[in-house]
Design a protein around this ligand. Sequence first.
Ligand code: PEP
Length: 246
Amino acid sequence: MRRKLVAGNWKMHGSHSANAELLAGISSARPFGCDVAVCVPFPYLSETAVALAGGPVLWGAQDCSAHEQGAYTGEVSVAMLAEFGCRYVIVGHSERRQYHAETDLLVAEKARTALARGVTPIVCVGETLAQRDAGETEAVVKRQLSAVIHALGHCAGEMVVAYEPVWAIGTGKVATPEQAQAVHALLRAQLKAATPNADEMKILYGGSMKPDNAVSLLSQPDIDGGLIGGAALKAADFVAICRAAG
Ligand code: PEP
């Protein structure tokens, strides 16, 4: 049986005091019966690493550069993230694809760069509402995942995949467990064709997961955890989702 992973995506939220309270609230609720991580804004990596050092809760970032180093003003390399002890980095979040014009190829390159430095990429895929209404969900998520599978080659089995329907992110409109499971099964089948360990890979669901819908989503056979946005900012809600996953 796959151990579940619940990862918080703090997005562009936080302050020294709010972070300290949130991290203390999560840490004091241990132990969890699942893997738990928080993906925080870059400036807070250092204090997060200090606050969580030696404990089971892992940390990561929300993006990385596809470049190793050099004249790329404003970018943050995976080597830097690794120095801060990041275990995970989110790549291809729909907000990056939408507001920063990130292409499938760039996302794939970021995932490849992350793995090369030993940081596990959480690769986000997902369709917009217009794409779902046009019956394009399968084609869109397969195209997005295919670019990453191709770039990772024999390492494809080491990534974490997150299915995040764009229409469910931050909207309160959650995919039904059946809708989510159907896409997760498609993604698992695609991974099976690419890597021998697809059955051990984690495919997370993200999009308005909250304490009151977590159990039904997480009980689906191919949903191996959650990528949590809004509910990751309240310790009680995030902990409740971790408990649902454990
Ligand atoms: C996300 O941003 O990855 C996300 C899932 O957000 P929310 O839980 O707020 O929908």
